[in-house]
Design a protein around this ligand. Structure first.
Ligand SMILES: C[S@@+](CC[C@H](N)C(=O)[O-])C[C@H]1O[C@@H](n2cnc3c(N)ncnc32)[C@H](O)[C@@H]1O
Length: 232
């Protein structure tokens, strides 16, 4: 089962009202730690220009903005208007002083100039785009020379027990919890999307093909998550 881009866009518009609540409870708050790790990998500096691709409700963009400070600027890009509306509201309430911009756009055709970004993050987005090589090429295009990006997503662990645990957790915790909130089908898509998603080493190869000079994949949470760190 794979979705078209417009189906993915509708899915994320639909789940926007419950997305943060589910993220928090289903990861037992761990997603915040993994997102902080992703931001640390790109070493954002005060005054820099940051990008959060597939920003959703804006967690990573806000973490980046705290690092680049009032002299920098961060743009969160997503194609879901409903997710961006939540991101805008959250950032206005929490960080009204930080220069955060929310831009509706396609990660496969970024509305950004070549070589314009100092550091970038992407959380749980790469697995959802319909053309991963193209997305990586777009990311490469907009980054400045030597700029870094960290791409956080689910990962299938190689260890059989952990792999079985991950599948059990998706089937018996994630999907039933989403069902209670009326979004069973929307969360049932996670497992098949994860099966299609390239493993760590394959991600590294795709990043190199897209032009990145350096690419390393770091498994986290026992390999149930991973961060692909790339440098142009
Ligand atoms: C699972 S959410 C992740 C949101 C956020 N980054 C986080 O970590 O919580 C994936 C996001 O990717 C966005 N997305 C998927 N494909 C996209 C594309 N081609 N262009 C822009 N956004 C896209 C969806 O709208 C959704 O908000």
């Amino acid at each position: 089962m794979s979705y078209s881009a417009s189906e993915i866009q509708s899915l994320f518009d639909r789940i926007a009202p419950i997305y943060d609540q589910l993220n928090q409870s289903l990861s037992l708050g761990q997603h915040r730690i993994w997102k902080q790790m992703a931001v640390k990998w790109v070493q954002p500096q005060p005054g820099e220009t940051g990008l959060d691709l597939c920003c959703g409700s804006g967690d990573l963009a806000m973490l980046l903005a705290r690092e680049v400070g009032t002299t920098g600027q961060v743009t969160g890009v997503d194609f879901s208007a409903a997710q961006l509306a939540i991101a805008r509201e959250r950032s206005t309430n929490r960080y009204p002083h930080l220069p955060l911009h929310w831009l509706q756009g396609d990660a496969l055709n970024l509305p950004l100039a070549d070589h314009s970004v100092d550091c970038a993050t992407m959380g749980y987005g790469l697995r959802n785009v319909t053309d991963i090589p193209r997305c990586l090429r777009e990311l490469h295009r907009v980054l400045k020379p030597n700029a870094k990006a960290a791409i956080l997503d689910f990962h299938r662990p190689s260890q059989p027990l952990l792999r079985a645990f991950q599948q059990w957790y998706l089937d018996t915790v994630v999907v039933p919890t989403a069902k209670r909130l009326g979004s069973e089908a929307d969360y049932a898509y996670i497992a098949p999307s994860l099966d299609r998603f390239p493993k760590g080493l394959e991600q590294v190869q795709l990043a190199r093909k897209a032009g990145f000079g350096k690419a390393t994949h770091y498994p986290i949470a026992g390999g149930m998550m991973g961060i692909l760190v790339v440098a142009k």
